[in-house]
Ligand binder design. Structure first.
Ligand SMILES: [Zn+2]
Length: 298
């Protein structure tokens, strides 16, 4: 059975962003293989288990906790691993992949140490599910610990599917650009609008922390990053993550993208804090052109 699982390629893949923003981040990649139960990989557990269960009940009843195969945690902040997960993680035995430099902090927050697995190996690929999905990472600047940008490679019946993920990444470094190149699917944070940030009542130290290269990407930085990646391979879909409630506005983001790159704008979706978006069919190689305005919502 185990060998059959490993030898069986993915025939269908979906992505849902269950929650995104400073109130909590959680996304689910679902992989289908013929004759086998689906396998879900969570990226971050920044909303608690009860909130997740409620959102799945309401929006994604096909996602069951028992089919979750692994969890990837980008970095040890409470909006990416909520402390209320400890008991559930203990009971489920899901492996929790994270950068080794984050393990101690994640263990103190919620992750039982025996479940922690390294999500970085000097630039080499880490196997998440043997024969099915691997990850390569780069540690991006973000506050004290940094944040793990991830490139997933899914082995499918149509060849490899590459998914790039970059949230809380401080600034677009060369390492980040090279990690995310040639991805069909991109999840990139677009945290703030620079003018709204500057005009906000936030204290200067906080503004400096967010915008100073060790905080978050602005809307313009996110667009520039994706456009520079798209010069080689135009991604099929781009999901913009972690929008600030206080210093951003989805309409501003859509206007910005529409004004600079109509093709990418049609392939772009804005994730939300309180409502899941997706499921996005990752095998759909000509997405949204025929469905402008469709957020892929439920
Ligand atoms: Zn965050």
């Amino acid at each position: 059975m185990i060998e059959a699982e490993h030898a069986t390629r993915v025939v269908d893949a979906h992505l849902r962003i269950i929650a995104s923003g400073s109130g909590g981040n959680l996304s689910i990649l679902t992989l289908h293989r013929l004759g086998l139960p689906p396998r879900h990989v969570c990226i971050d557990l920044g909303i608690g288990p009860r909130t997740l269960a409620r959102r799945l009940d309401e929006h994604a009843p096909d996602v069951r906790f028992e089919d979750i195969a692994a969890v990837l945690v980008t970095h040890p902040d409470g909006d990416h691993l909520r402390s209320t997960w400890r008991r559930t993680l203990d009971a489920t035995e899901w492996p929790v992949y994270a950068a080794p430099s984050h393990h101690a902090a994640l263990a103190a927050m919620a992750a039982p140490p025996r479940l922690l697995r390294p999500l970085a190996d000097g630039g080499r690929e880490i196997t998440i599910l043997p024969g099915v999905i691997t990850a390569t990472t780069a540690l991006a600047p973000h506050d004290d610990h940094g944040s793990t940008a991830i490139r997933l490679r899914v082995r499918t019946t149509r060849g490899d599917l590459r998914i790039g993920w970059a949230t809380d990444v401080g600034r677009p470094t060369e390492e980040l650009r090279s990690l995310l190149s040639d991805c069909e699917i991109l999840g990139v944070e677009s945290n703030y609008d620079a003018a709204l940030q500057a005009a906000s009542p936030r204290p200067p130290f906080l503004k400096a922390r967010i915008t100073g290269g060790h905080g978050h990407l602005s809307n313009v930085q996110a667009l520039d990053l994706v456009r520079s990646l798209a010069t080689r391979t135009t991604p099929d879909r781009v999901v913009l993550l972690h929008l600030s409630r206080e210093c951003n506005d989805p309409d501003l983001v859509r206007d910005l993208w529409g004004a600079h790159d109509a093709t990418l704008a049609r392939r772009m979706h804005v994730a939300e804090q309180d409502r899941p978006i997706g499921p996005f069919d990752l095998f759909d190689r000509r997405p949204v052109e025929a469905a402008v305005g469709d957020e892929g919502g439920f």
